[in-house]
Design a protein around this ligand. Structure first.
Ligand code: PHE
Length: 455
């Protein structure tokens, strides 16, 4: 049974929406995933391709998802069903719900690490100088311990449940209003410190000077996955958030603002990590541990570094929380809208179910040899990250473009965006990108999966 829109709640203002959607977009994707993926894929050229994907695919798909949400006021499955009553399209929404679950089940593990780092910061671990070796030892000690990893993940999922069960504007909107701008300020301070470290300019060069010989098919695939992941696209999070978007607010401007903020934060994270990394002598391709290993080495170089460390990890945990909220919200809104579950029960059942699925990932960083090298294909967490965070989102974005461009229609999508009377500038461009550029580009990139073995 579907709830009437008024019972589902709305954002209380446009700013509320921007902050909440930015809260979904900005998270570990920007600060943890972007720098290490850029580092693994050679730096500058990857960053350039990533930026191109944000502009050409990310922004149109973001606007498209929001338009579907606002037009239907429903979760992804219900939204597709309402716009096209067929067997196939609601399944695309269903893929999104499953993907949200899949992403949450590894994302919460990394989010748990941020809590451990917050604890370490509070107890003074980063007040003095921390060498790269000492930092690596802290990191491997933390992630390799099975109970610690599971408990941290559980705490994080619990926090997520506690917000999501209270519903959309009560919990989500309030949490983001002050915290996102604060995170931004802390990142700017860290960036200023990092670029002035000795050897820092090498890091900037690595990040911004493209070396196209490093641009492999895998790197292009990773750049697309990263653009979608970072903007929370391809799985219906923005359909869900768009469903709470007030009819009288300016959707196109809000959507573009969110995309620009998100991209700026990712670049800022890069500007912090890469100079610090060269200065500390850490390899750029250190993998998922990169940010966790590099950052502790720079806090002592700041006045009141111990305090900055606390503020940074607290905000990082919160940024991760506003993203996990949106992941669980997609799944919960489906069960609330389509299956008639109560919000409270849905949040608890699905959240705890996700925790069970997260355990293999939590154990995959050394605690369990089986999950640390899953059938010889590497660690379980990285596999999940690729499967849900790259492939599934890419397939979801492709199908969404087909739906927007060729099934529901660009005109209807634009009509929904312009409901408040605010015009979409570049309507023809939107149509061209959604109908042709995005699907073709995504297909080309997806063909790499078939041709190369990137699992
Ligand atoms: N965009 C979030 C981040 O960057 C992650 C996310 C992906 C959230 C997909 C929702 C949906 O951390």
């Amino acid at each position: 049974m579907a709830l009437a829109p008024s019972e589902r709640g709305n954002w209380t203002s446009r700013t509320g929406f921007i902050l909440a959607a930015a809260g979904s977009a900005i998270g570990l994707g920007n600060i943890w995933r972007f720098p290490y993926t850029a580092g693994e894929n050679g730096g500058g050229a990857f960053v350039l391709v990533y930026l191109a994907f944000v502009l050409l695919i990310g922004i149109p798909v973001l606007l498209g998802e929001l338009s579907v949400g606002r037009a239907t006021k429903l979760n992804p499955v219900g939204a597709f069903k309402k716009l096209r009553d067929s067997r196939f399209w609601p399944m695309v929404g269903g893929l999104g719900v499953v993907t949200g679950f899949g992403i949450l089940a590894f994302y919460a593990v990394i989010a748990g690490w941020t809590l451990a780092y917050l604890y370490k910061a509070v107890t003074g671990a980063f007040g003095g100088e921390v060498t790269a070796e000492a930092s690596t030892a802290i990191f491997t000690g933390l992630i390799g311990s099975s109970w610690v990893a599971i408990i941290l993940t559980a705490v994080f999922i619990l926090l997520t449940i506690l917000v999501v069960r209270r519903g959309i504007s009560g919990g989500i909107e309030k949490a983001t209003k002050i915290l996102m701008p604060t995170l931004f300020i802390i990142l700017i301070i860290l960036a200023l410190r990092s670029v002035t470290l000795s050897g820092g300019s090498q890091g900037l060069e690595y990040l911004f000077k493209p070396d196209f010989s490093k641009l492999t098919g895998g790197a292009i695939m990773a750049a697309l996955g990263q653009a979608l992941f970072s903007l929370s696209l391809g799985m219906g999070a923005m359909i869900t958030y768009g469903s709470y978007f007030p009819d009288d607010a300016d959707l196109p401007t809000s959507g573009v603002t969110v995309a620009l903020f998100d991209t700026m934060i990712a670049l800022l994270a890069g500007v912090i990590i890469f100079p610090a990394l060269f200065s500390a002598g850490v390899e750029p391709n250190a993998g998922p541990g990169l940010v966790f290993v590099v950052l502790p080495t720079i806090f002592h170089a700041l006045p009141a570094g111990g305090f900055f460390a606390i503020a940074f990890y607290a905000l990082l945990a919160i940024a991760a929380l506003t993203s996990t909220i949106s992941l669980l919200e997609v799944v919960v809104s489906y069960f609330v809208d389509e299956r008639g579950w109560g919000r409270n029960m849905a949040a608890w059942t699905l959240g705890l179910g996700c925790l069970v699925l997260a355990i293999p990932s939590a154990l995959s960083q050394g605690a369990s040899p089986f999950f640390s090298d899953f059938f010889g294909r590497g660690d379980f967490l990285t596999l999940q990250n690729n499967l849900w965070g790259n492939y599934s989102l890419t397939i979801g974005a492709f199908l969404l473009c087909i739906f927007l461009g060729w099934v529901w229609g660009v005109d209807k999508s634009v009509e929904s965006m312009e409901l408040s009377g605010h015009k979409l500038k570049g309507r023809v461009l939107y149509s061209f990108l959604i109908r042709f550029v995005c699907p073709i580009a995504v297909l080309i990139v997806l063909s790499y999966i078939v041709r190369g073995n990137y699992f």
